[in-house]
Ligand binder design. Structure first.
Ligand SMILES: N[C@@H](CCC(=O)N[C@@H](CS)C(=O)NCC(=O)O)C(=O)O
Length: 216
């Protein structure tokens, strides 16, 4: 199995977190040609996005699909819940994050530079973000992790998104973006206290910082 991408991407980080929680020792391979737009990488994943996963001569794209595949194909503790409703709940949380939280992070990213900021657009994204977080809060369980006592698929998908959210929100002087969302706050504390996720968060933040500095 070969996982392509750079750690600064939250989509890549969620697949790496999945593999670490599985204990399968999968590490990142930089895209061939050095870029996700190189001809070599586009031959593997024509979407030109990361991550991509190669296994047995076949290639997968889309991080949540890759996370589910790693969970099913590798031995180790199952990250998807046992019950049909548990699995649907995990997929729901992942879908809510990708559909309603991530796009607002994208808008904030575009407006990160105060000198070039469209304040109205950024304010709109911050407001839409709180609405999305409120909806996510509604569907969070009793915790501490998304599916209960142990981290799983939904936590792996959500965690890096919230790491980047904290970083980007701080650029808009929002230093506690989960304030007021008790379940999400408790969940974030549990994820940060997890040794595997806590370690990856440090590496992820370094990679993100280097990426942001390269764009400044
Ligand atoms: N829906 C995709 C999104 C992947 C994605 O957009 N990755 C970003 C890196 S954070 C990327 O490769 N962007 C390059 C591009 O869109 O051209 C997934 O879940 O894997």
């Amino acid at each position: 199995m070969r996982l392509y991408g750079f750690l600064a991407s939250p989509y890549v980080a969620r697949t790496l977190l999945t593999s670490r929680w599985k204990g399968c020792g999968l590490e990142l391979t930089p895209p061939p040609g050095g870029s996700i737009k190189s001809a070599e990488y586009l031959a593997i994943n024509p979407l030109g996005k990361m991550p991509a996963l190669e296994d047995g001569g076949l290639c997968l794209a889309e991080s949540t699909v890759i996370c589910e595949y790693i969970d099913e194909a590798q031995s180790g503790r199952k990250l998807m819940p046992d019950s049909a409703m548990g699995r649907a709940h995990a997929r729901l949380l992942a879908r809510l994050v990708d559909t309603y939280v991530v796009p607002n992070i994208g808008v904030l990213f575009r407006n990160a530079n105060p000198a070039k900021r469209n304040a109205a657009e950024a304010d709109g994204a911050l407001a839409a973000m709180r609405t999305a977080l409120g909806h996510l809060e509604h569907f969070m369980g009793e915790g501490p992790f998304a599916g209960g006592a142990h981290p799983g698929f939904a936590d792996a998908v959500m965690a890096p998104t919230f790491w980047v959210l904290h970083r980007i929100a701080a650029m808009f002087d929002v230093h506690a973006p989960l304030a007021g969302f008790a379940r999400l706050e408790r969940w974030m504390k549990a994820v940060d206290a997890d040794p595997v996720a806590g370690t990856l968060r440090k590496d992820y933040e370094q990679a993100l910082q280097a990426f942001l500095a390269s764009r400044a």
